[in-house]
Design a protein around this ligand. Structure first.
Ligand code: ATP
Length: 232
C-alpha cells in the first residue's frame, strides 16, 4: 500500500524547546491511524507540520507526494483538518460557515456538508455559539468533509465531548471513512473508543515516536509483554 504521509527524521523546535524530534513514519493510504500520547508529547506539532501550519526545523514531511509548505496549492486543498477544540467562529450561522468554505476551497461540495448536517438535525440558521459541543464537532467535520479531502487530519476532535457525543462523533467519522476511502490521522490522549475506528496506531512521547504499526499487533504484543494478571 502506498503512503499518503511520509515523515523523514522530522523535527520541530520552538527556541530551545524541542517539540518533535527524529520522527520517521509512514501513514498508508486508506488507513485510519490513531496518534496517541500524553500532554506535550508533540501530537499537535506533528499534525500542524502535516497541514502546513508550521515549518519543520529538521527533516521533511510529504503529504500525497508533495511538501505542504513548499507546494501548498498541490497539497492543502486535498487535506481536511479539524483543529483541536474545532475553533469555529461562534457568531456565524452554520450556513455562513458553508458560504465561507465555498469561497475558500476549490474542491468544495456543498451537498456533502448539507447532507451531513441534515442527517444530524443541525439547521443552517443556527449560530455556531448556540450549538452543543457535540454539534459543533459535527459542523467542523462537515466543513472538513465538504472539501472532498483525500487526507483527513483531526486533532483531538472528541476530547471535550461527553461520552454519548463522543460515540456519535466517532460513529459519524467511521461512516465518512467507509463512504470515501479517506486516509485519516487522528490524535487523542486516550486509545479508548478509537480502537473501534482505527486500524493503525502511532504512540508519541516526549516528541519521539515510541510505537508505530497495525493497532491489533501493537495491542496484542503489549498484552504479551504485560502478561495476564497474576502470571509472574
Ligand atoms: P496536548 O495533548 O496537551 O495538546 P501535544 O501532544 O499536542 O499536547 P504539542 O502541543 O505538540 O503536544 O506540544 C509539544 C511540546 O512543544 C510541548 O512541550 C509544548 O509546550 C511545546 N510547544 C508547542 N507549541 C509551542 C509554541 N508555539 N511555542 C513554544 N513551545 C511550544
Amino acid at each position: 500500500m502506498s503512503a499518503a504521509i511520509v515523515a523523514d527524521r522530522l523535527g520541530k523546535r520552538y527556541g530551545t524547546q524541542r517539540a518533535l524530534h527524529d520522527c520517521t513514519l509512514e501513514v498508508p493510504a486508506g488507513s485510519v491511524t490513531a496518534l496517541v500520547g500524553p500532554n506535550g508529547a508533540g501530537k499537535t506539532t506533528l499534525l500542524h507540520l502535516i497541514v502546513g501550519l508550521t515549518e519543520p526545523t529538521d527533516g521533511s514531511i510529504s503529504v500525497l507526494g508533495a511538501s505542504p509548505r513548499a507546494q501548498p496549492t498541490r497539497v492543502l486543498p486535498r487535506i481536511g483538518f479539524v483543529a483541536q477544540d474545532h475553533p469555529l467562529e461562534r457568531r456565524f450561522r452554520v450556513g455562513e460557515m458553508l458560504t465561507l468554505g465555498r469561497k475558500l476551497n476549490p474542491r468544495w461540495d456543498d451537498a456533502l456538508a448539507l447532507e451531513w448536517l441534515h442527517a444530524r438535525g443541525i439547521a443552517l440558521e443556527r449560530r455556531v455559539g448556540e450549538l452543543s459541543g457535540g454539534q459543533q464537532a459535527q459542523v467542523a467535520l462537515a466543513l472538513a468533509i465538504a472539501k472532498r479531502p483525500e487526507v483527513l487530519i483531526l486533532d483531538e476532535p472528541a476530547a471535550a465531548l461527553d461520552p454519548l457525543a463522543r460515540r456519535e462523533f466517532l460513529q459519524a467519522l467511521m461512516e465518512a471513512v467507509v463512504e470515501r476511502e479517506l486516509t485519516v490521522l487522528m490524535s487523542s490522549h486516550l486509545l479508548a473508543d478509537l480502537e473501534r475506528v482505527c486500524d493503525r496506531l502511532v504512540v508519541l512521547a516526549s516528541g519521539g515516536v515510541q510505537l508505530n504499526g497495525p493497532l491489533d499487533e501493537i495491542v496484542a504484543s503489549h498484552r504479551l509483554l504485560v502478561g495476564p494478571p497474576g502470571d509472574d
